[in-house]
Design a protein around this ligand. Structure first.
Ligand code: ATP
Length: 138
């Protein structure tokens, strides 16, 4: 059966590297499911939970918190390049909860100061924290 290789690369190194029969990623235009023999593609990614159905272990699904970045699909090789990404098992839930609380405080303050830049930054930090919490709780 056809399969794909999925690698998630961050400045800290390769965070995920397995063979998959299907993946689902989030883009600014919505979720896309990718099966083997997908057309070559480069697309931006949102902060999202990537689902990977493993090709080597039937019925095994992996979840990875992907914090934006870019996906490249070429000849059944999928490369995701992101500033940060964590597998479910590597997520520190307490840290993510603290980050969420901090981002919520920052967001309130940013709104009070009418600072669009600060609002945007706090919203992105909040999305990252919520995404980690969601993946960590899978
Ligand atoms: P924090 O505010 O908790 O530092 P952050 O969103 O600012 O979170 P990033 O800058 O996205 O963190 O990531 C910095 C490094 O810390 C990356 O290597 C990322 O994978 C890791 N990281 C961030 N949050 C967590 C978490 N909750 N569990 C495990 N690793 C994390």
């Amino acid at each position: 059966m056809a399969e794909m290789t999925v690698q998630v690369v961050t400045p800290d190194g390769i965070k995920y590297d397995h063979r998959a029969s299907m993946i689902v990623v989030g883009t600014p235009d919505g979720e896309i499911g990718i099966l083997p023999n997908h057309v070559d593609l480069i697309a931006p990614l949102s902060v999202h939970e990537m689902k990977v159905e493993r090709a080597d272990q039937e019925h095994t699904v992996n979840w990875v918190a992907v914090n934006g970045g870019v996906i490249e699909i070429k000849d059944n090789q999928i490369t995701i390049i992101a500033n940060s990404a964590e597998r479910k098992r590597d997520i520190d839930l307490d840290r993510a909860e603290r980050a969420k609380a901090r981002a919520e405080r920052d967001l309130e303050e940013a709104h009070a100061q009418h600072s669009a830049d600060q609002v945007r930054r706090a919203q992105v930090a909040l999305q990252r924290a919520i995404n980690r919490i969601n993946v960590g709780n899978k």
